[in-house]
Design a protein around this ligand. Structure first.
Ligand code: ZN
Length: 158
């Protein structure tokens, strides 16, 4: 399949790559969140990514998010972005993000992203060309869904 790429798109892609590199090298909110109210593990056996996501919810709002674990650059960058994005969101909006991000990265959200600020998550959309890496990018978001809905079993991409 050939994709015609215009100059602005490749510039955008460079920006996206920088964003991913930046977040994978210097992950935000990396570490344990001592006063977490919701915790979920995510495991992607295909790549070996493992993470634990911590959320603190107060009155249905995510007031803090953090993660720890090991994984490839994509999974770490995605988790790092997630912690920044979900902080301040209410539970419903956070779950909407989960649905939109997973749909988007699986190429099932063709147009009209209905979640505000999905923009930065689009940095990860390069993975759509590599199905195995989609699971790296969505892992943290699967964990988000598990954490918020209070499932005790680890989220897995399998
Ligand atoms: Zn990975």
């Amino acid at each position: 399949m050939t994709v015609a790429t215009l100059q602005p798109n490749s510039e955008l892609r460079d920006l996206y790559q920088e964003l991913i590199l930046d977040h994978s090298r210097r992950p935000r909110n990396f570490g344990k969140l001592g006063d977490a109210t919701h915790i979920a593990d995510g495991i992607n056996p295909l790549c070996g990514d493992k993470l634990r996501l911590y959320l603190r919810l107060e009155d249905d709002q995510v007031v803090a998010a953090a993660f720890e674990g090991t994984g490839c650059a994509i999974s770490v960058a995605s988790a790092s972005l997630l912690t920044e994005i979900v902080t301040g969101l209410d539970r419903t909006t956070a779950l909407n993000y989960f649905e939109d991000v997973v749909a988007h990265l699986n190429g099932k959200l063709p147009a009209g992203l209905h979640t505000p600020e999905l923009g930065r998550v689009q940095a990860l959309e390069g993975v759509r060309e590599f199905p195995a890496r989609v699971k790296c990018a969505t892992l943290a978001w699967q964990a988000l869904e598990s954490a918020i809905s209070g499932q005790s079993r680890p989220a897995t991409t399998e």
